[in-house]
Ligand binder design. Structure first.
Ligand code: HEM
Length: 470
């Protein structure tokens, strides 16, 4: 098999069946306390053991994979031997997204993916572009010169409204803050003592569990209401919710409210926070890199000259796209993906047992100096066609890969470029905190305390256009 040869060839020959090296950790919990104390630093340190690093989290055997060829093997080439990792099967995560696209397996996943796929076809997605621009334009029309804002909070609100409007044809502007707050409460348990949550149950009446379960009920109410309204109106608005409602199994049965709820919640969550983070980190990086920001503004002025962007402009907004790519390289919203091995297997001479948890970190591999010169520099210019073509496929994988790759990849890229262009035409941001932001690797890579900025109006023709909606 070619792939197998690649893997062995890329990192040298070893006798078969060895255990990979790795940190020992404590007697009972293994490396879990160290991992929880400073997750990103731990991921960096563990890399020193090699490309495949073995360790123990409590009773679980865990491997970290840092080599793009190995990542390709697990996510794509040999994907059949893996299911999602334990971290996605915790009671907490189950309560959050149930058995939706992100977490389901086997035939159930295949069926749901097939049903959802048409909503993400390129052509379909293009029709969402106007909504994205309209909503962004509406949001910024209220912004004032010099006002202080948390740009991360704004991006979260905006992308949530957009995903709900485009995929479920509902306007939740009135409730976006509430939904945002509830979702934030729900993802909290993933930030603290994250890995213990693999094991603990959310039914114990601790304060964290109580607020988590209360938040879950609140969000359920909103989601079930969306479903009930659509069922009772009987209208097919052509959006994802209509498609899911109309879908029949071969035996004629339809999705239950519970299944629908899980899919809707999955898309609520997967479809807004990651995109919001890409935008937030892009604004953060632009504010610190005036030369890149200048180039960005030149492109906007040249391509748009003050008017609002449309989907047709995207092919000419190349530099904006590179900004998105480079932001996701340095601050990947999904900073790691996890799998569990079904059968034992050999990787580069190391034996990996059935049941082992495998983690591959965008955070580490996308900052690896073997693949990216000056890895910590924000340098969108690096993304030439030649550079992209020469890169090992899984050295850069912000959207994962293989059969379980992100279904919203094009949706997200289009949204990020259109929102960067819409907002960047009229405003730039200066950072209000001098200190480096602290990172919170929860479910996704968040700024722990938001991104406080001062809003600065740009002097372009764009200042005199009128907002298209009230
Ligand atoms: C910049 C934005 C985004 C990033 C970085 C991102 C990243 C990812 C990654 C890494 C995965 C694979 C997880 C794994 O292999 O375990 C994934 C899966 C998924 N994403 Fe995204 N995503 C983004 C935007 C979106 C959007 C906009 C949507 C929907 C509107 C979406 C919906 C999903 C779904 C449903 C899955 C599960 C797919 C499956 O297993 O079949 N994502 N995403």
């Amino acid at each position: 098999m070619n792939e197998a040869k690649n893997i062995t060839g890329s990192v040298g020959q070893k006798p078969r069946g060895l255990r990979a090296p790795g940190p020992k950790g404590g007697l009972i919990l293994g490396v879990m306390p160290e991992f929880n104390r400073d997750t990103l630093a731990f991921i960096e340190r563990a890399r020193e053991y090699g490309d495949i690093v073995r360790m123990r989290f409590f009773y679980l055997t865990v491997h970290f994979l840092y080599n793009p060829d190995h990542i390709e093997y697990v996510l794509a080439t040999n994907a059949k031997n893996f299911i999602k990792s334990r971290s996605l099967r915790t009671p907490f995560f189950r309560r959050l997204v149930g058995n939706g696209l992100l977490t389901s397996e086997g035939d159930e996943w295949k069926r749901q993916r097939r049903l959802a796929q048409p909503a993400f076809h390129r052509q379909r997605i293009s029709s969402y572009g106007d909504v994205m621009v309209e909503y962004a334009d509406r949001m910024i029309s209220a912004w004032k010169q010099d006002e202080a804002r948390d740009i991360h909070r704004d991006m979260m609100r905006l992308t949530l409204e957009i995903v709900v409007k485009t995929l479920f044809n509902a306007d939740i502007s009135g409730e976006a803050d509430k939904v945002g707050r509830v979702l934030a409460t729900m993802v909290k348990p993933f930030a603290s003592q994250a890995t213990l949550k693999w094991i603990l149950d959310n039914r114990l009446p601790t304060p964290t569990n109580r607020s988590f379960n209360a938040a879950a009920r609140e969000i359920d109410d909103i989601v079930y209401r969306l479903i009930a309204e659509r069922r009772s109106s009987g209208s097919d608005t052509g959006d994802l919710l209509s498609m899911l409602l109309a879908a029949h199994d071969e035996d004629g049965s339809q999705m239950t409210d519970r299944q629908l709820r899980d899919e809707v919640m999955t898309l609520f969550l997967a479809g807004h926070e990651t995109t919001a983070l890409t935008l937030s980190w892009a604004w953060y990086l632009l504010a610190q890199n005036p030369q890149v920001e200048n180039n960005f503004h030149s492109e906007l002025d040249e391509v748009l000259g003050g008017r609002l962007p449309t989907v047709a402009d995207i092919p000419r907004l190349k530099y904006s796209e590179k900004i998105a790519q480079e932001s996701m390289r340095l601050y990947p919203p999904a900073y790691g993906v996890g799998r569990e091995a079904i059968h034992e297997f050999d990787l580069d001479g190391y034996r990996i047992p059935a049941g082992a948890q495998l983690f591959m970190f965008q955070w580490a591999t996308q900052r690896d100096a073997r693949f990216f010169a000056e890895p910590s520099r924000f340098y969108p210019e690096r993304w030439t066609e030649e550079f992209s073509n020469g890169l090992p496929k899984y050295a850069y994988f912000p959207f994962g890969g293989g059969p379980r790759a992100c279904i919203g990849n094009y949706f997200a890229m289009m949204e990020v470029v259109l929102l960067l262009a819409t907002i960047g035409q009229r405003f730039r941001f200066s950072l209000l905190s001098d200190n480096k932001l602290s990172l919170m690797p929860a479910m996704s890579l968040r700024p722990a305390e938001g991104i406080p900025v001062r809003v600065v109006q740009r002097q372009t023709q764009s200042n005199n256009h009128l907002s298209t909606i009230d």
